[in-house]
Write a protein of this length. Structure first.
Length: 325
């Protein structure tokens, strides 16, 4: 194999063209196979047609047509035969024109420009131009919320918002349309009753009831303590008060029970039990502890006081007995 012949067939040999002006790649491939079997001067190349077919993958007729095109263009010339095979001489003196590379660059640049132009047109088709947009001037617009039409079906349905003392949501109000001649519902006005008192109280006549929450009672309790308890204790107390309010326990009963619980110094978990004792204590027994207002010390001792007193007496007795020993 000659490097000179292979380089010529790959780069320097003129490129044949088809009838449509495209590069004849088939003939180029066959020429490269011939160069691999030639001497440095391009002579004595005689591969068999089977070898050329094996190298290129073409059928026999395609190889024969390619050889005829190469011979007609003067790139190869038959100089004899060897064992029934044609001996070819490559025309290494023929060179490819220099403008072939420039033409290839120009074709590449033109292809890039064409692709960019197709992409631009594709984007332009997806964009609505300003000439296709309909502009409505303010003089052509009807009054707000008014539909001038003889057909009620063209009017958008709107809702009458009913301002009432009830909790009914405005979405439950009757549906009406903007056509007041065909589908308008006048507000209902009850007949006047001169003897009935005024049913609408003024702000000065009635004071809305105060909403008592767990935070409210907890705040009152914190104002009563000398020092603010730990956060965990405050959280437990607030939780117990919230549970009692959710059970519909009267806030005043909770306040009285909380006052008793403060006096006893018990655990926050005992707050419900103390509130229950205050709520259900007999009026003739310990009236002060059951109905004393919030923050007021009850009169006399109750069940817990007596239990604590007995426990203190037993503890004092044990200490007295252990003292002499």
């Amino acid at each position: 194999m000659s490097t000179e012949a292979v380089t010529w067939a790959m780069d320097d040999a003129p490129m044949l063209r088809t009838d449509k002006g495209k590069a004849d790649s088939t003939a180029r491939h066959v020429l490269q196979v011939l160069s691999e079997h030639a001497r440095p001067d391009g002579s004595n190349s005689h591969p068999s047609n089977m070898r050329i077919r094996y190298r290129t993958g073409y059928d026999e007729r395609t190889v024969q047509r390619a050889l005829r095109r190469l011979e007609k263009a003067g790139l190869i010339r038959a100089t004899g035969t060897v064992q029934g095979r044609t001996v070819w001489k490559l025309s290494l003196h023929l060179k490819r024109p220099a403008f072939d590379w420039a033409e290839l660059e120009a074709e590449t640049e033109e292809r890039k420009k064409s692709a960019a132009e197709r992409q631009r047109r594709s984007r332009a088709k997806r964009v609505t131009h300003s000439d296709d947009v309909t502009v409505t001037h303010s003089e052509s617009v009807t009054d707000g919320n008014v539909t001038h039409s003889d057909d009620v079906s063209h009017a958008l349905k709107v809702r009458d918002v009913t301002h009432s003392e009830s909790a009914r949501h405005a979405l439950n109000a009757p549906l009406t349309t903007n056509n007041h001649q065909q589908n308008h519902q006048e507000p209902y006005e009850p007949p006047a009753d001169t003897d009935a008192p005024d049913a609408t109280p003024t702000p000065d006549d009635e004071t809305p009831p105060e909403t008592v929450t767990a935070q409210t009672i907890t705040g009152e309790w914190l104002e009563r303590v000398p020092k603010r308890p730990p956060s965990s204790v405050v959280s437990q107390v607030a939780k117990q008060i919230k549970t009692l309010l959710e059970d519909h326990i009267d806030p005043d009963d909770i306040r009285r029970g909380l006052a008793q619980w403060m006096k006893k110094g018990l655990h926050p978990a005992t707050i419900p039990a103390v509130v229950n004792e205050v709520m259900n204590a007999a009026p003739d027994r310990q009236p002060g502890s059951a109905f004393a207002p919030y923050g007021q010390q009850p009169d006399g001792g109750d069940l817990f006081d007596r239990a604590m007193a007995r426990s203190a007496a037993r503890r004092a007795a044990r200490e007295t007995q252990e003292g002499p020993q």
